[in-house]
Design a protein around this ligand. Structure first.
Ligand code: IMP
Ligand code: MG
Length: 177
């Protein structure tokens, strides 16, 4: 285990099992709907890659990038740094996010995309941290509910590091200071 990690919160095996389960649920719910999966970069990249291999229906994928964070606390302001390249009018949109924390990012994104008149917008998140919710937004699909701790790995970063860890870990407090 990497020296900066205090403990493993979610193991590789637990991730594999739950992500596969979510893929099967989405497969059932969106059969014949040709949904468009919209990954929120960069945090979604490993989760989405694994999830999509368990989604056994006709669909398309696109990506957006937003920034709202520096370090471990949200700045509160959301900025779109990469927009969609596909048209979503009339489409069933499934936003794929790494973690739903304050909810500020996703509620902004949902409103931002709603203007383009999609048929529906759903949220599929790897993790949900309900203790810190500020915005009125919930996940339609969530693999894990997590406690109020800063987590890294499986795509998630602390100042751009630790994304490549195959598990979700909690950082040692001294790493922040
Ligand atoms: P929200 O707008 O507060 O819901 O923030 C969502 C974004 O903040 C996520 O997509 C992550 O990129 C980042 N984030 C929130 N909590 C964590 C965490 O515990 N570890 C790493 N990134 C996090
Ligand atoms: Mg993110």
């Amino acid at each position: 285990m990497l020296n900066d990690i205090e403990s493993v919160l979610i193991t590789k095996e637990e991730l594999e099992a739950r992500v596969a389960e979510m893929g099967r649920m989405i497969t059932e719910d969106f059969r014949d709907k040709d949904p468009i999966f919209v990954g929120v970069l960069k945090g979604c990249f490993i989760f989405m890659a694994d999830l999509m291999r368990h989604v056994d229906i006709k669909c398309t994928m696109d990506f957006m990038a937003v920034s709202s964070y520096s370090g471990t606390s949200s700045t509160g302001a959301v900025k779109i740094t990469k927009d969609l390249s596909e048209d979503i009018e009339g489409r069933h949109v499934i936003i794929v996010e790494d973690i739903l924390d304050s909810g500020v990012t996703l509620s902004y994104l949902k409103q931002y995309l709603m203007v383009r008149r999609p048929a529906s917008i759903s949220i599929a998140t790897l993790m949900d941290k309900p203790a810190r919710r500020k915005a009125d937004v919930y996940a339609d699909y969530s693999c894990f509910e997590v406690p109020d701790a800063f987590v890294v790995g499986y795509g998630l970063d602390y100042d751009e590091h630790y994304r490549s860890l195959p598990y979700i870990g909690i950082l040692k407090p001294e790493v922040y200071s």
